[in-house]
Write a protein that binds this ligand. Structure first.
Ligand SMILES: [Mn+2]
Length: 269
């Protein structure tokens, strides 16, 4: 039963608890802020980080096939930058496919929106699911649990790398970041002396251009800016949903693979 680990939707999404445990996986009342991947978790697998899939299952299957072919028998460890489903052609199947993989993902704004629909429906029998989220009613309990357990960030200390969907504000410790920024930010602008995050790509600068490390950050969420390659940050949302590309990158070699979208699933605004 799902109810055993559900709190109310408003409790679940209130981000008020202060996190103090910075050296372990930070868990904020069911919301996992930070998941640390150690060498024992990775084993001898080759890390392959994949951009926003948005339900584009055919392209994902092709990308994984190409990646595995390159590895010549070595095992693949897929890590997703979030926005696994929603708006795309095979949302339900994509979630179950990714859930069944021996891999990891961070949480995207769409994953969170999907989860909100599922939890609202469980909490209120009379809840009316908006048309664009009707597909979420086909998700099974294991899918919902999987979405709930998606962390906001994944750290790989041995690779000096961080994975997040939206971005990070430079100079602000992880535990002091506004969690909403993890899944929504695209830009940074100066507000007096402070750097402030914004989801709007038309103001300020791309946050990744201002990120000075030391960790290299892999992120998604910004299809309009396409592939972004900076000294300490790589943006992997190359807009498969919009008829462009699904991108993956091998962490160690930095080699990228791009798969062309089969069609334009959504016309960009
Ligand atoms: Mn997104």
């Amino acid at each position: 039963m799902l109810t055993q680990y559900l709190v109310s939707v408003s409790q679940y999404f209130s981000r008020t608890t202060i996190c103090t445990e910075v050296n372990m996986n930070i868990n904020n009342g069911g919301l996992i802020i930070l998941h640390i991947l150690n060498t024992e978790d990775i084993k001898d697998r080759e890390i392959f980080i994949i951009g926003d899939v948005h339900g584009c299952l055919d392209e994902l299957n092709e990308l994984l096939h190409l990646a595995k072919t390159e590895l010549k028998g070595k095992l693949l460890l897929p890590i997703f930058v979030g926005d696994l489903a929603n708006k795309g052609p095979h949302n339900v199947l994509t979630i179950s496919r990714i859930r069944a993989m021996n891999g990891y993902s961070v949480r995207g704004n769409h994953d969170e929106a999907v989860l909100k629909q599922c939890l609202s429906r469980q909490e209120r029998a009379d809840y009316i699911v908006p048309d664009k989220y009707k597909w979420t009613t086909e998700l099974v309990a294991d899918d919902i649990r999987f979405l709930q357990e998606l962390p906001y960030t994944i750290h790989i200390p041995s690779k000096n790398s961080v994975i997040v969907h939206g971005g990070l504000v430079p100079g602000t410790p992880l535990e002091e970041q506004d969690y909403t920024n993890f899944i929504t930010m695209r830009s940074l602008f100066k507000d007096g002396e402070t750097l402030t995050a914004s989801a709007n790509r038309l103001i300020g600068k791309p946050w990744a251009s201002m990120w000075e490390g030391p960790e290299h950050v892999y992120f998604g969420h910004d299809a309009a800016r396409k592939l972004q390659q900076y000294s300490y940050a790589t943006g992997l949302d190359s807009g498969c949903l919009y008829g462009n590309w699904l991108t993956g990158i091998f962490l160690d070699s930095q080699r990228m693979i791009h798969v062309k979208a089969k069609k334009v699933y959504v016309t960009p605004e």
